[in-house]
Structures are given as structure tokens and as C-alpha cells.
Write a protein that binds this ligand. Sequence first.
Ligand code: ATP
Ligand code: MG
Length: 353
Amino acid sequence: MTDPLLQIEDLTVTYGGRSLLGLKTRGVDAVKGANLTIRPGETLGLVGESGSGKSSIANTLLGLVPASSGRMMFDGTDLAQMKDGYPDVVRRKIQAVFQDPYSSLNPSMTVEQIVTEPLKIHATMTRADRRARAAELLRMVNLPETHLPRYPNEFSGGQRQRIAIAAALALQPKLIVLDEPVSALDVSTQNQIINLLYERRDATGMSYLLIAHDLALVHHISDRIAVMYLGHIVEEGPADRVYHQPAHPYTRALLDAVPLLDPERQRARRAARRAAPPTDLPRIAVQGCPYRHRCPRAIDRCRSESPRALAVPGGGTAECHLLEPSGTTPPAQQTTPGAKGPASNTPPRKEPA
Ligand SMILES: Nc1ncnc2c1ncn2[C@@H]1O[C@H](COP(=O)(O)OP(=O)(O)OP(=O)(O)O)[C@@H](O)[C@H]1O
Ligand SMILES: [Mg+2]
């Protein structure tokens, strides 16, 4: 197996925690001891409900938010130690595409200026070289060269996202962080952008950290999937295993939220949901499993002891006491959502090398 491109170990991200007067206050722990690995050419899908800490991981990786503790080994460098921003040599290797193509592009810059902005790192590049590279980048995202002198407000959301992708590709990065890159687009545009991302990945061998809400879409296009809940990575593993045999009760709940096309199964699911016990959701779980308040299978131990990551048959890990041989409930049940939801016409998933 190849060495990881990125290895995040025990990463904690805390917002606030200090008042203006220098007095200590309690901060928000958005990420709590997360471990993640991405190998060259691999796509890691990161899913979880709103507020679970996905963007906090992305932004820490991009150097936009400092790590409170832990390591982020990227291509031989610990990014968590770089408190004063990344040097150019690192910045060029990690690029990002964000959710909102309306706010992420500078409205006062032309397309040519936007896609060549990252190239300014190369002080020696002539204007003509930059223009030629800009035209080449537009071709890569299937936009005509004639768009180069135009401004972002002349384009649709999908076209803007193509421009953002072209800019991200400019420096031939090793990793692109995609934070909900298609959430703001309609379904058919989503599929076009996903197709484009995969075409580019296959052509270059770069890696993606793909953050998305739609587990069906993530399953189709990721090699591995990590599932976040309240700042914890509660499960991680090969995409097929996580999708078809989820080991953590939270992953199963997420999969249950994937729309089913079969009305009979949809009715059965709603009935099961109504029968589930009522749940509350405190923000800060001091001890025990973070999911215990919502878990239909919680046992006493889940309240008193934090679960550790346990190996799951088929690959990966999950943090759930029930996976221990001494657990009272059998571990992963076969769960195969009937319909693959809106991603069913996305391209076939690339198998890991
Ligand atoms: N700049 C900030 N200052 C304080 N708290 C923040 C900040 N950014 C995020 N948080 C908090 O950190 C937690 C995780 O937020 P984050 O944006 O990482 O979640 P997310 O999984 O990306 O959610 P979404 O799916 O809605 O984008 C939330 O409780 C959020 O309110
Ligand atoms: Mg987010």
C-alpha cells in the first residue's frame, strides 16, 4: 500500500475559549480527536449532519483555522505546527473549492485573472505564458476560451463552479478540499460537476477530500467514507463497506435518511422512526459515547465510557461499544438502501489502486 498523502491524527479544533480580557472561557470543540488518512489518488468522502465539524476539519487543513492540538502530516510536513500560515511550497499543493460559487469568486476580476491568480507564485511566468495556461485551464473544465475576458456575474452557478475548479487546478495540487462543491447546484448541474471532478482526478492522480451531505452521492464517488458526529469521526472505512454494512448506529441512521423510491419501504421506515424513543441532543458530551442520547441501542456502558475505534469486518473502524465481542447487540446489520437517490446517474466509482 502506498504511503498516505495526508494523515490527520488526534486533531482537535476549538473556537473561542478566551475573552478579550484574556480570561479563559469555555470554547466550542468543533473537532474532537479526529483521525483521517488520504492516500495519493484517493477520494475520502466526509459526511455528517450540519454542525458536526466537517468544514472545521477542511478549514484547519487549509490553514484558515488553527488546530488546537494533534497532527496533520501532509506530504512530509506537519501542517498543525504551521501557526503563521502556509509557505507557498505547501499552499500550492492543497487547493479548495467551496460550496457557494457566487461568493467564492471575486466579482471584480475577469475569468482570466481568477484562474491565473494562483500562478503569480511563479514570478518568472510571462503574461503570454499565463494567458496560454488560462486557456488550457478553461479547456480542462469544458469552458470556451472566449470566456476569459468576462466577469463572474455573467455566468450560471455551474459555470462559476467550473471556473473555481479551473483556479484550483492551476498549480497542479496534490489535494483538493471540496467543501460541499455541488450543494448549491441543481441535480443535473451537480452531476456534470461531479463528472468533471472525476475526469480531472483520473487524469492527474490527485486526491480529494469531498465533504457532502448526500451519502448516496458520496458512496458513488469516494474510495473511503468517514462519518462525523458532534466533532467525532464515529466510523471510517471503504466506501462500499460503510454504505452497505454500516457498523455505527449513526451511519445507519444517516443511510435511513437516504430517500427510498419504493413507497412500501418508505412507509415501513417512517413507522420504524415513529416507534423509536424520543431523543435529545446536548452539544457537549463530557464522557461516554457522543451518540448515546440518540442511539436506539445505547447500553449503560455508552453513558459512562467513551468508545474507542474498533476494527470492522470488511475494513475500517467504528467507535461503538456494541462492536466489542462482549456487546449485547450484534454489530453491523446488512443495510442496503433500495434506491441510490439522486446520485444514481453519477459516474461509476473509481476503485482504489
Ligand atoms: N468561526 C466559528 N466560531 C465559533 N464556532 C464555530 C465557527 N465555525 C464553526 N463553529 C461551530 O463549530 C461546529 C462545527 O461547525 P462546522 O461548520 O465545522 O460544521 P459542518 O459539519 O461543516 O456543518 P454544515 O454541514 O452545516 O456545513 C458548530 O457547532 C459550529 O457552530
Ligand atoms: Mg460545513
